[in-house]
Design a protein around this ligand. Structure first.
Ligand SMILES: Cc1cc2nc3c(=O)[nH]c(=O)nc-3n(C[C@H](O)[C@H](O)[C@H](O)COP(=O)(O)O)c2cc1C
Length: 170
């Protein structure tokens, strides 16, 4: 069972959690349909005195269609034995497969968000600011040239963390 904690009580290291363990981002359209994809770039912190997470989605992702029109985004962190779910959802597009079904995930719909029963920690987030990575913004050429040869600059979403759910013991 998940229990709700305050964002300040969350104990994980976000650098290793997002960068190495990865997360499953799920964006929901206003009609309630949703699509998950794996992310390993992102941040959590504070902006405008709010707990926020920032995520980066390339325009060609199917999830982008959902994140553009909807304002609910969840980030699910899984136990290590579920890494294959993240491998699959980072390799396959929701345009080609029902990833939730293929992975045997149990979706939970709550307050307009979608997350999965199998997660260990869930951030329920609401989009509050959107912008794009811009080529003229780079102060160093390397990341621009390395990560954007196709000029498919990420859309950046700053999201308020509305709830943190965890299965970790107190
Ligand atoms: C470890 C890992 C991390 C990823 N991180 C991101 C990311 O932060 N942003 C992004 O746009 N795509 C990222 N991707 C790629 C998407 O997860 C992948 O293209 C996925 O199939 C998109 O699914 P969709 O078309 O259903 O949205 C990542 C893939 C992997 C394997």
């Amino acid at each position: 069972m998940f229990r709700k904690i305050k964002p300040e009580e969350w104990q994980d290291n976000p650098i290793s959690l997002i960068g190495q363990d990865w997360a499953l981002l799920t964006a929901v359209k206003p009609d309630g349909t949703s699509n998950p994809m794996t992310v390993s770039w992102g941040g959590v912190g504070v902006l405008w005195h709010k707990p926020v997470c920032t995520v980066y989605i390339r325009p060609q992702r199917y999830t982008h269609e959902f994140s553009e029109v909807g304002n609910r985004i969840s980030l699910c962190f899984f136990p290590s034995e579920k890494k294959e779910v993240l491998n699959y959802c980072g390799r396959v597009s929701g345009r080609e497969a029902d990833k939730v079904k293929e992975c045997g995930l149990t979706p939970v719909s709550e307050k307009g968000h979608v997350y999965y029963e199998e997660a260990r920690v869930v951030l329920l987030c609401r989009k509050i600011y959107v912008d794009g990575i811009k080529p003229e913004g780079f102060l160093e050429a390397e990341p621009r040239d390395h990560y954007y040869p196709a000029k498919d600059y990420h859309t950046v979403y700053v999201c308020e963390i509305e709830e943190v759910l965890t299965k970790d013991k107190k």
